[in-house]
Design a protein around this ligand. Structure first.
Ligand code: AMP
Length: 369
């Protein structure tokens, strides 16, 4: 990640990928133009790197010239285009190919067409390295597109954010999401994750997602997901990864404005942990910490049997199912300690004692993040 002025940007398109796209554009254009000697017109400032790399690869004789326009202010394309340097040579009867670094709204392209209206060129073709189809508001034909990209602000490879970033050899994309605090509350069944999450979500203004609760809600409402999950839950087994991951993604999407999340009961496998990292990445965010409540097995079984007297949960009522849930934890879930330790995000907390005292222990970890 890099910072330019006040904004953060993340790596988006590597230098090698840019090079490959330019190679493909060169091949297409050279094939189409045959033996014509074209005049390539780079649109400054942004296209200087693209134009330079492009003509270095161009396999036949060609000419290059530049026009200089300015349309960007900060990170927004403005309607107001300034023509800083226009055409300086006669292009009558020539084949002209405009080299644009990026076409988004198409406003600059409008100005380009205005410039060429009275030039009597034989043909005018538009080539752009990047194109944002979602932002494009004009009807001008774009003859060659290197790569379509989402409508997010980018810098690098000639493109700038208020004059910084043009020198970067690769493309970076803006990080737009506000800062979130995302916690994985970890531990075996009965460790007290749900109880503690209820305190922590209030204290830190976070959204609490318990996959067990979401499954139970679905079972109660007899949804298709509930029916599927029930067969696993009743035996104390884990619900299949893809089902759980899809459900978790949907729960996160429902809370797009959250300050952050407490994930309780998720992830429980490596595949789920990887899916969670991917999901956080897509939100320009990350998991800040896995906080594990450490409790001995016999205390867990005791606690769950006690809870079973009132919780109404079938998987709390039977000691052999409880022991199977604890076994599933050690067989499949406990390895996640390594996953988060490797990312330097694992924090173990003693989960035995007063509820309030445990909340304090968890808070003192969260406050250091
Ligand atoms: P919990 O309320 O977290 O103890 O979850 C109750 C049951 O729901 C578990 O024993 C599993 O069958 C299922 N479950 C909850 N979360 C997950 C998950 N992340 N992956 C797979 N199964 C889960």
């Amino acid at each position: 990640m890099i910072k330019l002025h006040d904004k953060y940007f993340k790596p988006f398109i590597a230098a090698e990928a840019i090079d490959k796209v330019i190679g493909e554009l060169v091949t297409k254009i050279a094939n189409d133009l045959g033996d014509e000697i074209p005049v390539f017109v780079g649109v400054l400032n942004g296209s200087f790197m693209f134009a330079s790399d492009f003509i270095k690869k161009y396999p036949k004789p060609c000419e290059i010239t530049f026009i200089k326009l300015a349309s960007y202010e900060g990170v927004k394309s403005t309607e107001d285009i300034q023509r800083l340097i226009g055409l300086t040579q006669d292009l009558t009867g020539r084949t002209v190919v405009i080299l644009e670094d990026i076409i988004d709204t198409g406003t600059t392209l409008g100005e380009v067409h205005r410039i060429f209206k009275n030039e009597h060129v034989a043909s005018l073709k538009i080539a752009t390295l990047f194109h944002k189809p979602e932002a494009y508001k004009k009807d001008f034909k774009i003859h060659y597109v290197g790569m379509n990209i989402p409508n997010k602000f980018i810098v690098g490879y000639g493109l700038d954010y208020d004059n910084l970033g043009r020198d970067l050899p690769e493309i970076y994309q803006i990080k737009e999401t506000k800062h979130m605090t995302n916690l994985v509350l970890f531990g075996p069944p009965g460790a007290g994750k749900g109880t503690q999450a209820n305190f922590l979500k209030e204290k830190y203004n976070l959204v609490h997602i318990s996959t067990g609760d979401v499954f139970r809600y679905n079972i109660k409402n007899e949804t298709a997901l509930g029916t599927l999950a029930k067969s696993f839950i009743d035996k104390g087994e884990l619900v299949p990864d893809q089902v759980t991951i899809d459900m978790l993604n949907a729960e996160v999407e429902k809370n797009a404005d959250a300050n952050g999340f407490i994930f309780d009961g998720f992830p429980r496998t490596n595949a789920q942990a990887e899916a969670l990292d991917k999901l956080m990445d897509s939100k320009d965010s990350q998991i800040n910490a896995m906080i594990a409540l450490e409790v001995e097995d016999e205390i867990l079984v005791e606690r769950l049997l006690e809870r079973g007297k009132t919780s109404g949960r079938a998987d709390d009522a039977d000691e052999s199912i409880i022991r199977n849930r604890v076994k599933e934890y050690y067989d499949k879930t406990a390895i996640l300690k390594d996953f988060y330790t490797n990312q330097d995000k694992y924090y173990g907390v003693d989960g035995v004692g007063d509820i309030e005292a445990i909340t304090e222990r968890l808070s003192s970890v969260i406050d250091t993040l």
